[in-house]
Design a protein around this ligand. Sequence first.
Ligand code: UTP
Length: 548
Amino acid sequence: MHTIAELVEFLNKIGQGHLAQNIDKFTEQQQKEFLEQVNKLNTTYPGGLEEYTKRAKVLLKNSADNVNPYEGFVPSVPIGEKVNFSSFEEVAGLESIGREELNHTAFVLVAGGLGERLQYDGIKIGIQFEITTGQTFLNYYLDFIRAFNEKAELAIMTSDDTYTLTMKLLEENNYYGFPKDQITIMKQEKVPAMIDNDAHFTQLPNSLLIETKPHGHGDVHTLLFQHQLPKKWIQQGKKWLVVFQDTNPLVFRALPSVLAISKTKNLEVNSITAPRKPGEAVGAICKLTKGNERLTINVEYNQLGSLLPKEPVDEHGYSVFPGNINSIVFSLQEYDSVLEKTKGLIMEFINPKYADATKTKFKSSSRLECMYQDYPKLLENDNRVGMTQVNRAFCFSTVKNDIKTAGQKFQQNLAPESASSCEQDLYFMNRQILKLVGVHVETSDASDYEFENIKLNLSPQIILKPSLGVTLAEIKNNIKNTQVTITRNSTVVLDGETFKNASDKLEIDGQFNVPANYQSKTKYRTFVGVDSKAAQHLLIRGYDVKRD
Ligand code: UTP
């Protein structure tokens, strides 16, 4: 479209003529900007705005009619394995297989989300997620990926909300030492917001411009296809693709084992899951069957409830349908063929907030969304779609909630998913890893701090840099014959250099290898609560290092 007349004609044709009703009241410049916006939205959405409106109307009707997409399906447990991290031997066998596969793995970070629930003014991957070394999420991810394989490639999906700040973070930190030419930055575009069941688009106040909202992380598949990355990676000899989220640092320790399961079970899609209690508000990975139809997919917990009045449990009381943590390993060859056939277009959904029981008008505008875990819906059969259930302490803890909400969740016995609980869980995992490789770590089940109504067990604080090893065997080899003991009140950073010239004994009691600006002046490091003037990354956890 080049002219305003063409624009008006187009909008009328797709049932969005109301947008141009008052077009004469706006300046030429404003009309031009509107034309440009419609052209852009029309080209970025596959099939254009006509297709978007058409799909929205169908989904809105289904939503108003309460259609359950899984009606009549019977859930059963999908293929897969469990990794419990119960002993060195259990994990080391798997990790030796997965370690080799990591040499042929590409990574994708979905980081286009705004993180509204966290109320952090900035991008989530820029958060200093632990205050023992002060590293950011992105720093940690890049260090791990490089330690997995010097030639590993990473694509980051950003959005209008995160692109500029992601580039700034990378540039200002010199890409944290990661080879720049091995990173691809992709950007997802927003989609029009709608206000009624006829999918009428909404406009910004006093403007011609269409209100737009994020389309969801399912865009990652379309973007990977458009950038032709799977093809490039296959040509480089890569076999696997790992998609991970912006605020879960634990999952990197599970990846070697999970890749081993992908390889030995020959899985085309392998979702990482964690044990979940029946009814817990987490999506579950299920195999759904109806006649000849089969689909192994993430089912939201409320949908599962309607398919299955009582969830069967295992001997520990966990549901046999484990919780989806939204990190998925794909086999690249098959993934690429599926993208060629489908362009990676994931089935969408809509979640309108209705104004009243008539379900005709919305309280606030709504838009089509898509989720990357819905990928199995693109497959012709689900024979090779499965999961790996990993001990939650070794694969999942995220930073999603502001500290007040997190405190309320903690009081209700739910996972707080705060910066504080994620930091605690990281230290817990690292203590367990050291114990598994034979280090004597003094621990206690009792909490040692409470901030913002959340009881925390933070000590000892242990950071294990990927340079110390990315598998249990590597860490064990690095520590060699040094007998290490760590007391409860210690704060410890271990990396690839720590044991280079170590003697047979290393008894740590206090602060060891902690950067100067994260130390307390006293022998033992402690934490204190912060007031409202503190830096943001401290406000979202509620404490800081007591420096004097
Ligand atoms: P979250 O569930 O954490 O959602 O997304 P969010 O939008 O980031 O946070 P809230 O709901 O506003 O608080 C899960 C993952 O998907 C990415 C996020 O960056 C995160 O890694 N995501 C989400 C996208 O990449 N694009 C989106 O449109 C939405």
